[in-house]
Design a protein around this ligand. Structure first.
Ligand SMILES: Cc1cc2nc3c(=O)[nH]c(=O)nc-3n(C[C@H](O)[C@H](O)[C@H](O)COP(=O)(O)O)c2cc1C
Length: 356
């Protein structure tokens, strides 16, 4: 049952388009700098995240495991993450906890990238022992706990009962026991400031805002089912740009943000970094690259995102990714209106300056 679902997810992610909502970055504009005053050769995308250094603020986010196909996929993703010196998360490890024979579909990532930064993944409702086993299974450097209530309630078979009670207390318990930093992660419906505060208090070292506009798990589960109940919900959630903007007014000392959800090129990656993210994750496009052209296609896609990010940094005169978060940003349209209503100081963002 779980294996069939995992395969359905891969096949649907391969063919189903992003959205239908947008990730919101078209509402976010940099202010062109006609005097960047630097040479492109001096630009470095090197960054640090959760205490480790990476060649770029790009991450291969959680996709798969627990099915035979995932062995190849995780091997390829791990090889690319090693070559590009970026972090990688495996997909939810529940399948291997239930069926130890499937552990290899995840642990191959460690074989391919022995020194790399690998992230374990499990539901935020999983017990402490399960979370620790997931970390141990791949020798993980961090642990993602995923939150996916909209996906679960639209999952065929879950209509009668879907349990999400006690998650916050559970997260605090797991974070307290985890030997590695814990990342709390949405899977494409975004995260609002109110819950972010609670998650930070519960011990999150990083929050992956996992906004809407990219892979849509209400649609994926809806297509797996037999009725059309899901259709009015297709635009559910906070877009990635809105979710990041929601956090802009908060200062969570020591907590880093990851931006995932509908980020498909390096200009949007730069905007996500400017909105406060330390890392930009991608999932759906990497699955499509894998099916289209295997390892080369996955690598080329990520390299092109990095090059687009470098070009954006050059035009804006930003020597390093962290510099982007002090550049002025103009936020308009639906994203601007939302953030204004939520009390974000858009004027402050539009006139902020690195020199202040
Ligand atoms: C086929 C597929 C399987 C996924 N499985 C998981 C998973 O097991 N655990 C998880 O936390 N997120 C999972 N995700 C969600 C992604 O990590 C990511 O948060 C989401 O797809 C939004 O990013 P995107 O728009 O770049 O795809 C999966 C995504 C895809 C496409």
């Amino acid at each position: 049952m779980r294996q069939k679902r995992k395969l359905d997810h891969l096949n649907l992610a391969r063919f189903v388009k992003d959205g239908p909502g947008s990730s919101g970055f078209e509402d976010v504009s940099f202010i062109h700098n006609c005097l960047p005053e630097l040479d492109s050769s001096r630009i470095s995308t090197a960054t640090s995240f959760l205490g480790r250094k990476f060649a770029a603020p790009l991450m291969i986010n959680a996709v798969s495991g627990g099915v035979k196909e995932a062995e190849v996929l995780n091997r390829i993703f791990a090889r690319v993450s090693r070559k590009l010196e970026i972090p990688m998360a495996v997909g939810s490890q529940t399948a291997a906890l239930e069926h130890p024979a499937l552990r290899y579909t995840y642990s191959v990532a460690r074989e391919e990238n022995p020194e790399g930064f690998l992230v374990a993944n499990i539901s935020a409702g999983a017990a402490v022992e399960q979370a620790l086993e997931a970390v141990q299974m791949i020798g993980a450097d961090a642990l993602q706990l995923h939150l996916n209530a909209p996906q679960e309630i639209f999952m065929p078979g879950n209509e009668k009962e879907t349990s999400f009670g006690g998650f916050l207390a559970n997260i605090a318990e797991v974070a307290g026991a985890s030997p590695v930093p814990v990342i709390i992660k949405e899977v494409g419906f975004g995260m609002a400031r109110e819950q972010a505060k609670l998650l930070v208090k519960a011990g999150a070292a990083a929050l992956d805002v996992g906004g809407s506009g990219g892979t849509n798990f209400i649609r994926i589960e809806g297509l797996r089912g037999k009725n059309k109940m899901y259709q009015p919900f297709l635009k559910w959630g906070l877009s990635s740009a809105i979710a990041l903007g929601e956090m802009a007014e908060e200062y969570f000392p020591g907590v880093q943000l990851v931006a995932t959800g509908g980020i498909r090129h390096g200009l949007d990656a730069a905007k996500a970094l400017a909105l406060g993210a330390s890392m930009v994750g991608m999932a759906g496009p990497l699955v499509r690259c894998y099916y289209k052209g295997g390892e080369t296609e996955v690598e080329n896609f990520l390299v092109s995102i990095k090059q687009q990010l470098q070009r954006t940094m050059f035009i804006l005169g930003a020597l390093e990714p962290a510099r982007l978060s002090s550049l002025p940003l103009v936020i308009r349209g639906e994203t601007g209106r939302w953030l204004e209503l939520r009390g974000v100081d858009l004027h402050g963002l539009a006139v902020r300056s690195a020199d202040q």
